[in-house]
Design a protein around this ligand. Structure first.
Ligand SMILES: [Zn+2]
Length: 483
C-alpha cells in the first residue's frame, strides 16, 4: 500500500514548505517537490496544511473511577480521537495498592488490544511503591512504559505520600524515565470538602470552590522540590492556573527538569460554567476545576513562552445521565472528568493560532512533537520526516464548524454532552493517515478497530538503555528534551 500526498503545505514544529509526500507501507519514504510516482492512493492537499498526527499524552479510556467507568472504550475513544486528527494517545494504566505494576499493565493491554483505531501507549499510575517493588519500575521500562503517574490528590484512593513520591522519582531519575504528577494538596482539599458538605453545600460549583488554585500551586511546588532533590525530571499534568504556572517557571529557572501540560478546558472554559442551570454544572466537574477566566491569558502566555510543553485533553468522559448523577446530592461524589479527545486540534488551532497566541509551528509542537519527545516516541512519532511513521493529518484551515453534541462532524465520543457546546471553530481535520493507512477521509471513517498498535516507548531524553540480566547501567547526565 502506498499513498502520495500532493501539493500540500507541510508544517512541522520547525518547518513550513510546500512539497509532496510519498508513503510506502507504514512510513514516510520520500519528501520532495513535484514527485511523480505511481501510488495506490493519491490525495490532493492543495490549499491545505499537512501536519504530523496529533499526540494526546493524557487520556482515560475504560477507567474505573468513583464507582463507575469512563464512557469511552478504547474502540470509541480512539475512533473519536482519529476524527479530530489525533493519531496516537498515551492512556493511563492503574496499579492498585498492594498489587504489581506488571499485572496492571497486563490488564490494560487486554483492554486495548485489537480495539483501537490509532496507536497507543500507557503511562503507569502508581498508588504505592514499597522499596522491594521499585525494581518493577525498571521491568516496566523494558516493556516500553517509561513514564509513571503519581497523585497528591484523592487521599485513601490514589494519593501517594511524599516518601513514596521521592522514592519513585529517585528511581525514575536513575532509570531515565519520567514521573507525571497530579499536583494538588489532597489532604487540605479533603478538609475543605468536609466543611462545605457540613454547611449543606452540595451543588457542583462547590467542586471548584473547595479546590483553590493555591492548593494546586502548593502541590506543584512540592512536586518540583522533591524532583529537584531526587535529581529527576518531572512532568506536571493538567496545569490549570497562574499560581501553579509561576511555581513551574521558578523551578525551571533553578534548572529543575520540569515540564508542564495544560488542556483546552483550562484555556477556553472558566468557572462561570458551574452556574449552568440545574445539575448541568456537573459537566465541568473535572480536576483541577475550571478557574477564573483571567488564568486563561496566563496559560496561553506559558505555552507561547515555553514554560508549558504540551496540550493534552485529560479526556475522562462520564455521561451526565446516570454517571455524573451519582453525585446529584453530593458534589464530592460526582465522577471527576470531562470529554475532549476529539476536539483538541480544532480548538487549539482556532483559539490558539488564529487567536494570535501561538504560531503554526508551535501548534504542531504542543499537540504532537513535544509529547513525542518528552515521552520517548520521537522521531518515530511527532514529525513528518523520512523514516518516521506516516501519521499525517490534512487540515483544512477554511472549514468552519460549530462544536456540538448534535453536530455529527464534531462529536463521535460516547458521551451525552460536549464540553465545548456551541463554540465555533475555523480549521478542521479533513483526512487522517495512521501508519500509512487512510483512516479518515472527508469526514468518513475508513479504518477498523484493531488498526492501532501498542507503541513501546523509549527513555526520557535518551537516557535509558534496556537492562540485560538485571544489570543497571551507569547513570547518564540528565538533560531535558528541547521542546
Ligand atoms: Zn487525568
Amino acid at each position: 500500500m502506498s499513498v502520495l500526498i500532493k501539493n500540500g503545505r507541510v508544517v512541522t514544529a520547525v518547518d513550513d514548505y510546500h512539497a509532496d509526500i510519498f508513503i510506502s507501507g507504514e512510513t514516510i519514504d520520500l519528501i520532495g517537490a513535484n514527485l511523480s510516482i505511481a501510488a495506490d492512493h493519491t490525495i490532493d492537499a492543495r490549499g491545505k496544511l499537512v501536519i504530523p498526527g496529533g499526540i494526546d499524552p493524557h487520556t482515560h479510556l475504560e477507567l474505573p473511577f468513583g464507582g463507575t467507568i469512563t464512557s469511552d472504550t478504547f474502540e470509541t475513544g480512539t475512533r473519536a480521537a482519529a476524527f479530530g486528527g489525533t493519531t496516537c494517545i498515551i492512556d493511563f494504566a492503574v496499579q492498585t495498592k498492594g498489587t504489581s505494576v506488571l499485572d496492571a499493565l497486563e490488564t490494560w493491554h487486554a483492554k486495548a488490544l485489537g480495539q483501537t483505531a490509532i496507536d497507543y501507549s500507557f503511562h503507569m499510575i502508581i498508588t504505592d511503591m514499597p522499596e522491594d517493588r521499585t525494581k518493577e519500575m525498571r521491568m516496566l521500562c523494558d516493556e516500553g512504559i517509561t513514564s509513571y503517574k503519581l497523585f497528591m490528590a484523592y487521599p485513601g484512593a490514589m494519593l501517594s505520600d511524599d516518601g513514596t513520591i521521592f522514592r519513585a522519582m529517585r528511581k525514575a531519575g536513575e532509570d531515565g524515565t519520567l514521573i507525571c504528577m497530579h499536583a494538588e494538596n489532597g489532604l487540605v482539599i479533603d478538609e475543605l470538602i468536609k466543611t462545605a458538605l457540613s454547611e449543606g453545600h452540595i451543588e457542583p460549583k462547590y467542586h471548584a470552590l473547595t479546590r483553590p488554585t493555591r492548593m494546586e500551586a502548593e502541590g506543584t511546588h512540592r512536586a518540583l522540590a522533591i524532583a529537584e532533590v531526587a535529581r529527576a525530571p518531572v512532568y506536571i499534568v493538567h496545569l490549570s492556573s497562574y499560581d501553579s504556572l509561576q511555581e513551574l517557571r521558578l523551578a525551571q529557572a533553578r534548572g529543575v527538569m520540569a515540564h508542564g501540560e495544560t488542556c483546552p478546558q483550562y484555556l477556553l472554559l472558566d468557572v462561570s460554567k458551574y452556574d449552568e442551570p440545574g445539575f448541568d454544572g456537573a459537566k465541568y466537574v473535572l480536576t483541577p476545576p475550571l478557574r477564573e477566566k483571567w488564568n486563561q491569558e496566563e496559560l496561553w502566555r506559558g505555552l507561547r513562552g515555553h514554560a508549558l510543553h504540551a496540550i493534552s485533553t485529560d479526556h475522562c468522559p462520564f455521561c451526565l445521565k446516570e454517571q455524573k448523577e451519582i453525585g446529584k446530592d453530593d458534589f464530592s461524589k460526582i465522577p471527576n472528568g470531562g470529554p475532549g479527545i476529539e476536539n483538541r486540534m480544532s480548538l487549539i488551532y482556532h483559539y490558539g493560532v488564529s487567536g494570535g497566541y501561538i504560531g503554526l509551528n508551535r501548534f504542531v509542537e504542543l499537540t504532537s512533537t513535544g509529547p513525542a519527545k518528552i515521552f520517548g516516541m520521537f522521531p518515530k512519532k511527532g514529525t513528518i520526516a523520512i523514516g518516521s511513521d506516516a501519521d499525517i493529518v490534512i487540515f483544512d484551515q477554511e472549514r468552519e464548524e460549530i462544536i456540538s453534541y448534535y453536530n455529527g462532524h464534531t462529536h463521535h465520543m460516547n458521551i451525552d454532552y460536549n464540553a465545548y457546546e456551541g463554540m465555533p471553530v475555523k480549521g478542521f481535520t479533513e483526512t487522517v493517515i495512521s501508519r500509512g493507512r487512510v483512516i479518515i477521509d472527508k469526514g468518513e471513517y475508513l479504518g477498523r478497530k484493531g488498526d492501532g498498535q501498542f507503541i513501546k516507548r523509549g527513555p526520557y531524553g535518551g537516557m535509558y538503555t534496556p537492562s540485560k540480566s538485571g544489570e543497571i547501567p551507569e547513570r547518564a547526565p540528565a538533560s531535558r528534551p528541547s521542546v
